[in-house]
Write a protein that binds this ligand. Sequence first.
Ligand SMILES: C[S@@+](CC[C@H](N)C(=O)[O-])C[C@H]1O[C@@H](n2cnc3c(N)ncnc32)[C@H](O)[C@@H]1O
Length: 180
Amino acid sequence: MMPFVNLKTIGIREIAALEARWDEPGNAPLLEDAYGFQAFRIPDFLQLLYYAVTAEPAPRTFLDAGAGIGTKVILAREVFGLAAAGIDVVEEYLAEALRLGAPVDEADAMTYEAYGQWDVVYHYGPYREPERQVEFERRLQSEMAPGAVLVAAMPSAKPAAWESLFRAPWQGVWRKPAVA
Ligand SMILES: C[S@@+](CC[C@H](N)C(=O)[O-])C[C@H]1O[C@@H](n2cnc3c(N)ncnc32)[C@H](O)[C@@H]1O
């Protein structure tokens, strides 16, 4: 049984229940080219973030590109102490994230222009079409700041030339070279 853990603003059991509820179809309109909210496994997320935050220099800020209901933003903030925020395009998810106290903005991950301001950028998807997913990841990688850390669940374009901080079969944590 999952232990009962209270974060500062929410219990871990509540996060798990919310993710399960919003993961069900019918909670938001289907997107044409992308997946809707599908929660990345919390234990895997915590593992990836552990490797991101224990790297040197220590990151302070975190962005979830495709944040859904904002639960990973809350975990990044309240488990790891990061100044965390997210972006998404689905009104229903954004409203739920804000209700839960996760700072999120409406922005399209493909055209978002501020990737360079974050110490850690995390994504799980979001695109269905493999070529579009690769295009998104390459753009993200090229716009992240030198030295920033990429946390990717199921990446399609792994940044082979970056320092690998952690690897698992479908996940990874990489640091962008300080000098590109
Ligand atoms: C697979 S879910 C990941 C949710 C959360 N980040 C997690 O890891 O549990 C992908 C999210 O990306 C969002 N999304 C889809 N297309 C997007 C786009 N063009 N820009 C920003 N977010 C998008 C979806 O609405 C959904 O919430």
